[in-house]
Design a protein around this ligand. Structure first.
Ligand code: NAD
Length: 282
């Protein structure tokens, strides 16, 4: 019987641990503050921003909300980030992506002070991860590591295959598995013999953005499968990049969609906000 990795329960436990930590910090006079910036009113972004603000409230992190109109210029946004960079009360700055097309996303990410880059997207954060220095780690892959560790799944020495090489999921995921002493392969859209490569995996992390793509032909018997993908189907239900029903008999553990990786992203963002205080002290 496959173990179903309960991301909802694990993320809740992390949030409760953070709530306790935050309360203790408050009693010592330390407040944590996250600034959340949204440009325009893309409905999906609004839901993400609302969820992040709610998580802050639950944990006891102050959140400052900046809802800017769609026609905000790049200069205006850069000015706001600069103001928040300089504000010692603000520990973390999050700019909700995607931004409208007239704004250069990379330029905005690079304008955030790395010490406040709680999304972990700044080139300095990415570089720090690859050379093992302290810094913020992209939340979704950090959440996957927590799912594995808190489910007692050992990474060290295991064959880990990551399908996807995006900057926010695939690449940092591979770096983190490497940091945990996994033997890591990154597969992507130009990989030849994907089935063969995927079947090498003791731990298979799928982040390819293709609904139900991975079926049992890609799975070694007894593998652990982490499904990062999230898609809304025509019947309005959610599914992942993995064909859950097809592979469930072949795996030893699996994350469901919804309720697997999804809830971990915000929990790890909250974790980064709490950790920012330590990092900024140093
Ligand atoms: P992306 O589109 O930026 O990257 C997809 C990657 O998959 C690419 O590197 C590409 O090379 C690879 N790929 C695409 N088709 C392939 C194929 N046929 N064979 C092998 N590799 C292939 O996507 P992303 O931002 O990394 O996100 C991936 C998925 O994860 C999406 O479904 C996204 O919605 C989801 N996601 C979920 C969370 C969460 O919190 N659960 C967070 C981020 C992304």
């Amino acid at each position: 019987m496959a173990k179903i990795i309960d991301g909802k329960a694990i993320s809740m436990k992390i949030k409760d641990e953070l709530k306790e930590k935050t309360a203790k910090m408050k009693s010592e006079g330390i407040n944590i503050c996250l600034a959340v910036i949204q440009v325009g009113n893309d409905p999906a972004s609004s839901v993400y921003v609302r969820n992040k603000k709610n998580a802050c409230k639950y944990i006891g992190i102050e959140s400052l909300s900046y809802e800017l109109p769609e026609d905000t210029t790049e200069e205006q946004l850069l000015e706001l980030v600069e103001k928040l960079n300089k504000d010692s009360k603000v520990n973390g700055i999050l700019v909700q992506l995607p931004l409208p097309s007239h704004i250069d996303e990379d330029k905005i990410i690079e304008s955030i002070l790395p010490l406040k880059d709680v999304d972990g997207f700044h080139p300095q954060s990415v570089g720090a991860l690859s050379i093992g220095q302290p810094g913020f780690v992209s939340c979704t892959p950090a959440g996957v590591i927590q799912l594995l560790k808190r489910s007692d799944i050992e990474i060290e020495g295991k064959e880990c295959v990551v399908i996807g090489r995006s900057n926010i999921v695939g690449k940092p995921m591979a770096q983190l598995l490497l940091r945990e002493n996994g033997t890591v392969t990154i597969a992507h859209s130009r990989t030849k013999n994907l089935k063969e490569v995927a079947r090498r995996a003791d731990i298979l992390v799928v982040a390819m953005g293709k609904p139900k793509f991975i079926n049992k032909e890609y799975i070694k018997d007894g593998a652990v499968v982490i499904d990062v993908g999230i898609h809304r189907m025509e019947n309005n239900k959610l599914c992942g990049d993995v064909d859950y029903d097809d592979i469930i008999e072949s795996v030893s553990a699996i994350t469901p969609v919804p309720g697997g990786v999804g809830p971990m992203t915000i929990a790890m963002l909250m974790n980064n906000c709490v950790e920012s205080v330590e990092l900024q002290k140093k």
